[in-house]
Design a binder for this molecule. Structure first.
Ligand code: MSP
Length: 556
């Protein structure tokens, strides 16, 4: 049984992914372990439905998908849940629908479907696609609101301050700057952080006692170090330490201003703040309100990782954990904040009009090449990356063709035989052969460490170093020129062993093509997990036959 690929309709259904592993000795312990362990849970942000998906959104989805697939490969006995979806309420959507002259739900239905299609086109292993306009979500948020009120964390107050509709965020005076239009001299105000216009609002709101959470939040972050990269964590700690920043948070808007949203229970003249609504979706997607702790764990809660863009780190690393603390619900294990894709160094966004259509790119280059580009250049997470098709093609031609080349070189009829060929015995410690063997012995450990530290680019680089070394090794040995001999067979076996280990490790990054390679290498479905990515683990299985060549990676 293989990790199942999702059909479009199955995106609605909550279900977990497992791959079967036939490790004879470890199956009993792993099964027992998986029963005591909660399912792994990863989320992408849920996307606003005011505009069509762009590459930045696909990137968030793909990074979460890589983490989900890594976990599936690492522990085939553990259930893996991955939630994505759409954020459909709030003033931003209300205004966008008004501009289009259609009801907000019509806009939401239309755009949500496009995000769902993108998840399918990108081949995500997502188990749940959540929409905040679903009935189950309304129930979940209502429960959260009532409990926050019961516990005394919500009170009625008056809010006076700046609000950016585009960010659906409140800002303090310190976070806002004045700008004068050079041609007209007209003065307006905008958020220093996001550059989005703000308007002064004064209204009656319900407020959440966020200021009470300064200490517990600081302690949580210092003890668990949950935010990646660490530089982002420092920024968050700095923000929390500033008394003027961490004030009580408005968690409702007057209904007459924001009518598109969930009403405050028993107070329909107020609408629940869209971020409280949206963040709760991570819980709704895995069964909140839970009947008991067991049900919560069975749903996978708390999330192992929330993948988010740096623009929304504050909501995930401060507001959400504070809500959860107030509710006595366990906090996420980690939050991965990625940087942005830019176009000519400006953040790609619909409002600027500089977006790249992800459907077109997927169609033109195929899922694996696009993932590779997004993950290789975007997997450092700290720095913004400027979008470039030229770069995408360079990476494809350098890395993916490198893998394809290795496969092609080993595929020749003369190099294949039904009988198993033994790995070479090493004659010298200083040979390229010894270097390759040593690097294959450590690759799985290195990549695992990188993935644990959420350093996706580094993990990719570590695998590619081995592919490159294997290609160099083959160029030196040229087994296709040598007459049949034990040493020739040894070189072929070693190169194949390298390809087997690398393509096993590459599955989360290149889920479209790696199964082809592993099929060719005759790796049974149950031997494609991380434990098998060790040198020599596969020796007991048969030889390699020349099969009709399947296209792997062509040059662009
Ligand atoms: N709806 C909120 C998230 C709520 S999560 C409970 C939201 N939506 S969004 O559609 O504006 O953005 C969704 C994600 O896409 C965010 O993580 C954001 O950082 C990411 N990106 C939007 N533009 C991006 C780039 N140009 N580059 C990389 N990621 C980008 O925020």
């Amino acid at each position: 049984m293989l990790a199942r690929r999702l059909s479009r309709s199955s995106l609605h259904i909550t279900r977990s992914f497992r791959i079967c592993d036939t490790r004879a000795n470890s199956s009993i312990t792993s099964d027992a372990q998986s029963k005591s362990q909660k399912p792994y849970y990863v989320t992408s942000p849920i996307f606003y439905v005011n505009a069509a998906p762009h590459i930045g959104h696909l990137y968030s989805m793909v990074i979460a998908d890589i983490l989900a697939r890594w976990e599936i490969m690492k522990n085939p006995f553990r259930d893996v849940y991955y939630t994505t979806g759409t954020d459909e309420h709030g003033l931003k959507i209300q205004q966008a629908a008004k501009l289009e002259g259609i009801p907000p739900l019509q806009l939401a239905d239309y755009t949500s479907e496009r995000f769902r299609n993108l998840a399918t086109a990108a081949g995500l292993v997502s188990t749940t696609f959540i929409r905040t306009t679903e009935e189950r979500h309304a129930k979940s948020v209502e429960d959260i609101w009532r409990r926050l009120v019961q516990k005394g964390y919500i009170y009625k107050g008056v809010h006076e301050g700046w609000y950016a509709v585009s960010d659906e965020a409140f800002y303090t005076a310190k976070e806002v700057e004045e700008v004068a239009d050079p041609s007209t001299g007209i003065v307006s105000y905008r958020s220093i952080e996001t550059g989005k216009n703000v308007v002064w609002t004064q209204e009656e709101n319900y407020k959440f006692r966020l200021s009470e959470f300064r200490e517990p939040l600081t302690q949580w972050i210092q003890e668990h170090s949950p935010i990646y990269p660490k530089k982002r964590q420092e920024e968050i700690l700095h923000f929390i330490s500033d008394k003027t920043s961490l004030q009580d948070l408005s968690v409702s808007r007057p209904r007459n201003r924001v009518e598109w949203g969930l009403p405050v229970p028993n107070e329909p003249s107020h609408t629940i703040y869209v971020w409280l609504d949206a963040l709760s979706s991570y819980m709704t997607a895995v069964g909140h309100p839970w009947a008991n702790e067991q049900a919560m764990k069975a749903g996978g809660w708390p999330a192992d990782v929330h993948v988010v863009g740096k623009d929304i780190s504050r909501f995930h690393a401060i507001y959400f954990p504070a809500f959860l603390m107030a509710l006595d619900i366990p906090l996420p294990r980690s939050i991965l904040c990625h940087a942005h894709w830019t176009m000519n160094r400006q953040k790609m966004s619909k409002s600027v009009g500089n977006v790249v259509d992800p459907f077109q790119i997927l169609e033109r280059y195929g899922g694996d090449s696009v993932r590779w580009y997004l993950a290789t250049l975007g997997g450092h997470f700290m720095d913004d990356v400027d979008w470039s098709l030229e770069q995408l093609e360079i990476l494809h031609n350098r890395d993916l063709r490198g893998i394809g080349n290795l496969y092609k070189r080993l595929h020749g009829k003369s190099l294949c035989s039904e009988t198993r060929v033994a790995l070479p015995s090493l004659s010298s410690k200083h040979s390229i052969e010894a270097e390759l063997v040593e690097s294959l012995m450590t690759v799985s450990r290195d990549v695992t460490e990188s993935m644990k530290a959420q350093e996706v680019s580094r993990a990719i680089e570590q695998i590619m170093n081995r592919i490159d070394l294997t290609n160099r090794y083959l160029s030196q040995r040229e087994p296709w020129r040598a007459p049949p001999s034990t040493s020739r067979d040894g070189s072929i076996a070693l190169a194949r062993e390298s390809l087997r280990i690398c393509s096993t490790l590459l599955q989360p990054f290149l889920p479209g093509k790696m199964p082809i390679l592993l099929d060719w290498l005759r790796v049974p479905a149950g031997m494609r997990s991380l434990t098998w990515a060790t040198f020599g683990a596969f020796q007991s299985v048969g030889g390699y036959v020349a099969t009709p060549e399947q296209k792997l990676f062509e040059g662009i």
